[in-house]
Design a binder for this molecule. Sequence first.
Ligand SMILES: Cc1ncc(COP(=O)(O)O)c(C=O)c1O
Length: 425
Amino acid sequence: MTEPFQPGRDFAVALDRADPLVRFRDEFHVPRRENGEDEIYFAGNSLGLLPRRTQKYVDEELEKWSRLAVKAHFSGENPWMPYHEFLAEPMARLVGASPTEVVTMNSLTVNLHLMMMSFYRPTRERHRILLEDHAFPSDDYAVESQALVHGFDPGEALVRLEPSEGKHSIDTADVARVLEREGDSIALVLLPGVQYYTGQAFEIEAITKLAHAKGCVVGVDLAHAAGNLVLRLHDWNVDFAVWCTYKYLNSGPGSVGGCFVHERHASQRDRPRLAGWWGHDKKSRFRMEPGFRPIPGAEGWQLSNPPILSLAAIRASLAVFTEAGGMEPLREKSFRLTAYLEWLLQRELGEAIEILTPADPHQRGCQLSLRVKSRSSGRTVFEKLEASGVTGDWREPDVIRVAPVPLYNRYEEAHRFVEILRRSL
Ligand SMILES: Cc1ncc(COP(=O)(O)O)c(C=O)c1O
């Protein structure tokens, strides 16, 4: 994105004034420093901020619990029995799916295992799993353990995609080359929507096409993409996807995760799955009879009755996204906000800071991953940033991640951040 940005603070303030989403910051609790000023909170890629309305949504459920107790499953406003269904439509909109293709359940890694139980069906000839080198460790452990469960040696079964020489990100052409060479032995391609370390957004649609052409199943980890990118999971034809709701979806630490199963798998009875009563046909669930009959669609992968207090927080957060007009306007702001931050960093600190995240705005979300090139150690710089009221995060071995989130961050904060970073170097 080539924009005529200007370096002064006034320009940042003018961008904020012209921002149609600026009022949404007041929907959130922004942590304060000891001096009473708001922190510059650039850690929404780790834990999103608390929406002010969440308390009301959670209090309503506590109140129903106190007043109705078990009867709240079936009576009162928003009964608990179908409570997860109230989330299906707004969640589906955020990830580009139909409501029957998504369900809010468990947490990310649990959902990844459940999906792999159904969609990683290895044979001797085709049992390998393609993932990116330095994938988030939980994904790495999950695929290793799945290979082991099926009797394969993870050292041989995992194919790790590396960026080409001298690059930080993995081009779709790199993926195509590996698929061309080894695709016939690959059962599952598991890639991130946005890579947690570099901030690279993968071209999921193109990769899915390539992988399907080779007969591979495609799963996507959207931990850093849900609520960050415009996603079209249904149209992109991915087989399954999993995500968490505590990052860009602002639903609280450890909150319940999301799961997508493409419509074409909705009623496949020959695909094995780990089953539980919440995935059983709703009409006959309470007959308590043996013989599992899955609900068609993503709901059929549920195991347990879900934690309502967490779902209430997700409902509150999804309502904020809906009011903001969904992902398109947020992404539009995000393009500009991250481009502005990148422009300032290059202009003011280009000698001292390397940006690992792709420069093409379509190949990244809001996060920039920074590496300190100067003599100061990255870790020391990070600690100085924290002491000056900036919350980003540090990822070993040497990266400072900063994520200006379009729902609640401002251009003026990006400007102030670069000033503070200059002083910290
Ligand atoms: C990319 C990615 N995958 C998986 C996880 C693990 O998520 P959970 O602890 O909800 O299983 C995370 C957590 O931050 C993540 O960033």
